[in-house]
Design a protein around this ligand. Structure first.
Ligand code: FE
Length: 169
């Protein structure tokens, strides 16, 4: 009986892991705009992005939702590598610019290039903030604040779900 339960759990685990990997793969495969080297600006409608992105990614990237603090996959990650826009592949941050912030979202003090991102005033929810958008695909990434560490004293407060990470080899 115990053996039966054990093997059932193994099979179910295998099934769920296969499903989630297949789902990730299909999301990447059907995104024709994803490139880590193409720097051309993208003009893609939300209608089209809605068919390409997962609902969770679409809600943050295109509707400017915010993931809950301390829930994203990168907020406490400390590994050398590069963070890309998960929507279009644009290189955004080097891990050397990431710092341990208490806010619960992945935080960086500078972008890879000046034009990696763009900025837009955001007065939603009764607050005056500056929104950070991807410089290539205009997706919402998060906000920027003036309480970061030296040398820039900026804090790029990002949503993990719109970031892709590749570790340094
Ligand atoms: Fe992008």
């Amino acid at each position: 009986m115990h053996k039966f339960v054990f093997y059932t759990i193994i099979v179910l685990n295998w099934f769920f892991i296969s499903c989630s990997t297949a789902q990730q793969k299909s999301t990447m495969q059907k995104n024709p705009y994803y490139s880590r080297t193409d720097e051309r600006k993208l003009k893609v409608s939300n209608e089209e992005w809605r068919h390409i992105l997962s609902k969770e990614m679409y809600d943050v990237a295109r509707l400017a939702h915010t993931e809950y603090a301390f829930t994203g996959k990168y907020w406490k990650q400390d590994i050398k590598g590069t963070y890309y826009c998960a929507v279009c592949g644009n290189p955004l941050f080097n891990a050397t610019a990431k710092f341990a912030s208490a806010c619960g979202w992945p935080s960086f003090f500078e972008t890879i290039k000046e034009h990696s991102v763009q900025y837009k005033p955001d007065h939603s929810y009764g607050m005056d903030r500056i929104e950070v958008l991807c410089g290539r695909c205009d997706s919402h990434l998060g906000h920027i604040f003036d309480d970061g560490p030296a040398p820039t004293h900026k804090r790029f407060c990002m949503n993990s779900i719109v970031l892709d990470f590749e570790a340094e080899k």
